[in-house]
Structures are given as structure tokens and as C-alpha cells.
Design a protein around this ligand. Structure first.
Ligand SMILES: [Mg+2]
Length: 391
């Protein structure tokens, strides 16, 4: 099963309202798909994170077509783990040298997901079943709420059986408290609430002050209270916080998670399959965290392919908390596949289909509506463009 072609494609969707977090706002959603074609004609599809900032689309196109494709064409697609390790060994040093270590990891993630999809399709099995997983139903929690709480959206999510909700914070103590308190009122004492600061506090003391003000509202975790590379600060906050600390969406590779786990820089690890190095890396991390006495919950905020792959990992490895399901409208997640999977939720769970690979039947007619050339993927037709300064 030789790989004969590598293709990278970009898709764009403009939601009704911009998405806002403590690091900025985004006016549209992007999706980057990596398609690997085998000599048999079978195509495997993976997703690479390009959610924010949108200009990473230009880098991603270059990294995959110039950096990865020449190493991939001609390799045996069935040698998934060997290929992932080879690419990681060859490209991680180049990524560090070029100051794009994380970007290379995100690009490799798309390739890794496409390799697993291809193998599953070749074997005629869903990936999680091919690897020995048994669970078909995976629990989800709703994310992407706030900073201004949309009460109708919370009611809609609760009607779908979802009982856990994550809201953005990092907009000032008073505003954060007001919004989280409204959410507590809506979901009642039994509802589970997480908050995401998106690296919004700069020092451990600032973070601890903010966390202690919110803690009485009953939080399951506080996500990324500090800059994502400040492991010392995170270890300090984790050791003193009254609420469990989570992080990991901006860590790359299993070695980084091992270092953070060893230093107790979080309580809950959050690998993102489209960033961390793919299914292969996230699988290793999910298996490794319990050995440190730590929990894991996969991070995800992208399109249909990455969400499906995340569900497969959760179905394969017991012990995760829940899969993250972005509650914002996104046609690149909900409107490009023939089946409602993966975004359909029944009684708070996503049910995995028995179809091979990631279980998706992507519809070319729906994809074409959103497809843009890479040169235009990150350009905004009408300002303001995505920008960290657009708070
Ligand atoms: Mg987050």
C-alpha cells in the first residue's frame, strides 16, 4: 500500500458571530485537510489545526507540500507508527531550527490522522476497533461558551443530554464571576462547569487570585491559566489551586507531556490530536497519564475529521474524562459529511458508526462550497482580519 500522492486543502466558513477568547477574536473558521492517496486509489483524510491565527494556513501549505510530502511519497502507508516516528525524527529538529516546532507538529498531525484513516479503510474497520477498542459511545462536554453567555445555547445543549460546560474567562474578575455565576444558575448544582483562561493571566499570583474568586461557583477545572510554555508557573499554580488545573492544547509531542506530568504542571492533560503529533502521539499520552496519577481529556475545536478521530481515541483508551465538543456553529464540522456523525449527540454522547477509518463519508459537493486556495485561506474579505490586537 504505497503512498502515491499528498494533497493539502483549505476550507473556510464564516459563522454568524465572531469567536472571542482572551487571546483574540476570529471572524471565520478554517479547516485544513490532508489527503493521502495509496496506489490502490484509496484515500485517507486527516486534519491539521489551523483554527487560529488564520495566517498559519500559508505556513501549513508550505510545511506539508515542501517539507513532508517528499518524505512521504513512496512509503508503505500500512507502516503508520514507523512513518510517524520517521517523520517526527526528521522534521522536529528542522522545526526547532526554523522556529516552527509547533507548526511542524500540527502538520505531522494531519498526516498521521490520514495514515490511520487510510489503514482503517484498507482493513475495512473503524480505527478504534482495528486497534482493540470496544466502546462505541463517548461522552462529550460543551465548550466555546462565553465570554458573554448565550442562555439559549445552554438550554439547547442541556436538551441534548449534555451536563458539562466550558466557558471562557480572563476578561476581568467581575465580568468572569458574573458570567460563570449565570452559567451555574442555568445548569444547577448538578451541572459540571469548567473555565478556560486561554493563557489570560500573566503571573501565578494573578492566576491564583482569579481562580480563588471563581472557585466557590464549583469548577471542575481551570484551563491554561498561564502562558502555555510557563511550566514553572503552572506547577506553582497547580500545587496551590483549590480547583484542578488543565493544559496541553499547546504542548507538542509525548515528551513534553511527560516533562509536564513529571513536574506536576497540570492535573488534567489535554492533548489535541490535530496539534500534538496526531492520533499516535495522543494515544501514547492518554496511556501514559494514569501512570503519573493524572487525568486526561482531549482538546478539540476544529472540523469533522479531527473530531471523529478524537472520538476514536476516547473509545480506544478507557479513563478519559470527556471529548470536547465546540458548541459554536461550524459547517466545516457539521455540514461536510454524509452522516450527522461526528457532531450528532444523543443523551450527552457521540455514537461511533461501524464505517471504516474515522467513519466519515465526506461529501465533495459540500466540501467544494467552502474550499479556498491556500493563498486566500487566511485573507479577510472585509476588515477587521484575525488579529491578536482585536480583543
Ligand atoms: Mg482551551
Amino acid at each position: 500500500m504505497k503512498i502515491v500522492d499528498v494533497r493539502v486543502r483549505f476550507f473556510r466558513y464564516r459563522p454568524p458571530n465572531p469567536l472571542v477568547s482572551s487571546i483574540g477574536r476570529r471572524r471565520f473558521r478554517l479547516l485544513c485537510l490532508v489527503e493521502l492517496t495509496a496506489a490502490s486509489g484509496q484515500v485517507g483524510v486527516g486534519e491539521s489545526w489551523v483554527n487560529f491565527p488564520s495566517w498559519v494556513a500559508a505556513e501549513r501549505h508550505a510545511t506539508i507540500t515542501e517539507g513532508i510530502a517528499p518524505l512521504l511519497v513512496g512509503r508503505d502507508a500500512a507502516d503508520v507508527i514507523g512513518t510517524q516516528q520517521r517523520l517526527w525524527a526528521d522534521l522536529a529538529p528542522i522545526g526547532r531550527q526554523g522556529g516552527i516546532a509547533g507548526a511542524v507538529s500540527q502538520a505531522l498531525s494531519g498526516v498521521d490522522l490520514a495514515l490511520w484513516d487510510l489503514l482503517g479503510k484498507d482493513r475495512g474497520l473503524p480505527v478504534y476497533r482495528m486497534l482493540g477498542g470496544g466502546r462505541q459511545r463517548v461522552p462529550v462536554y460543551a465548550s466555546g461558551l462565553g465570554p458573554q453567555l448565550d442562555e439559549n445555547r445552554v438550554h439547547t445543549l442541556m436538551a441534548r443530554g449534555i451536563g458539562a460546560f466550558k466557558i471562557k474567562v480572563g476578561f476581568g474578575h467581575a465580568e468572569d464571576y458574573t458570567q460563570v455565576a449565570r452559567l451555574r444558575q442555568l445548569v444547577g448544582d448538578g451541572g459540571r462547569i469548567m473555565v478556560d483562561a486561554n493563557q489570560g493571566w500573566q503571573t501565578p499570583n494573578e492566576a491564583l487570585l482569579a481562580i480563588r474568586k471563581l472557585a466557590p461557583l464549583g469548577l471542575e477545572w481551570v484551563e491554561e491559566p498561564l502562558p502555555a510554555d510557563d511550566w514553572e508557573g503552572m506547577a506553582y499554580v497547580t500545587s496551590r489551586s483549590p480547583v484542578p488545573i488543565s493544559a496541553g492544547e499547546n504542548l507538542y509531542g509525548r515528551a513534553a507531556f511527560a516533562r509536564w506530568a513529571h513536574r506536576r504542571a497540570f492535573n488534567i492533560a489535554q492533548p489535541d490530536l490535530t496539534k500534538v503529533g496526531g492520533f499516535t502521539e495522543a494515544w501514547a499520552i492518554a496511556q501514559m497519564m494514569p501512570a503519573y496519577g493524572l487525568a486526561w481529556a482531549p482538546h478539540f475545536l476544529g472540523g469533522a475529521v479531527g473530531l471523529a478521530a478524537t472520538c476514536h481515541l476516547f473509545a480506544l483508551v478507557p479513563g478519559g474524562i470527556a471529548v470536547e465538543l465546540d458548541s459554536n456553529p461550524n459547517a466545516l464540522r457539521d455540514g461536510i459529511a454524509a452522516l450527522p456523525f461526528p457532531a450528532a449527540v444523543e443523551d450527552g454522547h457521540i455514537v461511533l458508526p461501524d464505517t471504516p477509518g474515522w467513519g466519515l463519508t465526506l461529501r465533495e459537493d459540500l466540501l467544494t462550497v467552502h474550499e479556498v486556495p491556500w493563498q486566500e485561506a487566511w485573507r479577510e474579505a472585509d476588515p477587521p482580519a484575525d488579529s491578536p490586537s482585536q480583543k
